[in-house]
Design a protein around this ligand. Structure first.
Ligand code: FEO
Length: 399
């Protein structure tokens, strides 16, 4: 195991998780990495930790640079357990001092016996001189946990950004200029949509705060994925755009089906949207990981939700999707609902109930067909697709 020097005397000592496909329910088709960084200075400092079951890898990488027992400081930017090998590091460097936010200490105390650990609380603006280098801490509450902060190495213009600007992307490459940019953009969007979507306003204000502080950033090193060295401003711009609810003038049809009636409806809907010049994707929920459906929702300005009626309610996979989406507090999107029923109906109404709880712009009353769409129904559905496409294009002009 070797460490990768990312700046003079600063090393990546993380672990690559090639096999993880389910990250607390979030599907990670590209695996991930758990990054942490070793700063060699008068006080040897480790920023963040890897997942506990990969701690051996991390310690081996540290050992390729220095005896891990010589670590003097450990910075804990965030206390989610995918960075939870803190106790493993403390086991080899028991006299190390830890630096974290007040809320991170609370989390740490709940996970470990910290009674013998030297824990130091830091807040925004606090600095730690470790020799030739100076660490500046900046709290980033709810980005994405209440305890979160980032660490800026002033002399190196290096932002160690914790989960922010990261990607679930396993690769032998360590830097953005070593991987296809389209893959990276997709991974950033996926991460943002599934984890950071609720925090757009906070992200905007935190980005503005960083700008106001005048921090020069020529490298961003997140806790997952590759490090931004070619053009760190690219990911800053992407975050600013996403936090401003930038979306494509396109639509996504997200549906499920029992006996293929709702599925049949997706075809004239898509044709109607295309007739209006609105690019459209179609996603069947039971065939698609939830996180992919969320990402596709986020990329498009408009969504059409399709659901059969089951016992007067939505089909369970559609209800699950909308509940999950509501938790992500989406904004600045327009949505409508469609579906089929056998005798009582109710699913389309229920879907609108969920969409309205999210305070999305809705196009109502949607469209529902009994049993199976016939030729006349198909024409009406096509027209509905066109009408929604026109409404979507008008709505998109607001942004
Ligand atoms: Fe990568 Fe929020 O932990």
């Amino acid at each position: 195991m070797h460490a990768v020097e990312i700046k003079p005397n600063i090393y990546w000592v993380g672990a690559i998780d090639w096999t993880v496909r389910d990250f607390h329910g979030y599907i990670t088709p590209n695996g991930t990495s758990y990054n942490n960084y070793l700063i060699m200075d008068e006080q040897i400092t480790l920023v963040d930790a890897v997942k506990k079951d990969l701690s051996r890898t991390c310690l081996d990488r540290i050992s390729s640079v220095v005896d891990p027992s010589k670590i003097k400081n450990i910075v804990v930017n965030h206390i989610e357990m995918d960075h939870g090998a803190v106790d493993k590091i403390m086991a080899v460097a028991p006299n190390a001092s830890l630096f974290m936010t007040k809320l991170a200490k609370y989390g740490l105390d709940r996970h470990f016996d910290t009674s013998k650990w030297d824990i130091n609380i830091v807040k925004s603006g606090d600095e730690l001189s470790i020799g030739k280098k100076t660490l500046l801490f900046l709290e980033t509450p709810m980005l994405h946990w209440p305890d979160s902060m980032v660490t800026y190495v002033k002399e190196d213009k290096l932002l160690i950004s914790q989960d922010a600007f990261g990607q679930h992307y396993a690769s032998s490459a360590r830097f953005d200029d070593q991987v296809p940019i389209e893959e990276l953009e997709d991974a950033v969007t996926d991460y943002y949509a599934n984890i950071l979507m609720p925090f757009g306003k906070l992200i905007k204000s935190k980005l503005a705060e960083i700008e106001k502080l005048g921090l020069e950033i020529d490298m961003i090193a997140p806790d997952h994925g590759v490090i931004w060295r070619r053009d760190p401003s690219k990911v800053l711009r992407m975050y600013n755009d996403m936090a401003s609810s930038k979306a494509e003038c396109s639509a996504v049809i997200i549906y499920d089906t029992m006996w293929k009636s709702t599925q049949l409806m997706t075809r004239p809907l898509m044709e109607g949207l295309l007739a209006e010049g609105v690019p459209t994707k179609v996603i069947k929920l039971r065939n698609t990981p939830m996180s992919v459906a969320i990402k596709e929702f986020w990329k498009s300005r408009g969504m059409l939700v399709g659901t059969p009626t089951l016992n007067n309610l939505m089909f369970p996979s559609v209800a699950e999707f909308l509940t999950h989406l509501r938790g992500l507090r989406p904004t600045n999107r327009i949505a409508c609902a469609f579906g089929s029923y056998g005798w009582g109906g109710g699913a389309v109404r229920e879907a609108y109930g969920e969409l309205n709880k999210m305070k999305l712009e809705t196009y109502e009353p949607g469209i529902a067909v009994k049993y199976r769409p016939d030729h006349e129904d198909m024409k009406k559905i096509h027209e509905f697709g066109k009408q929604f496409g026109r409404r979507l294009k008008e709505y998109h002009k607001k942004f």
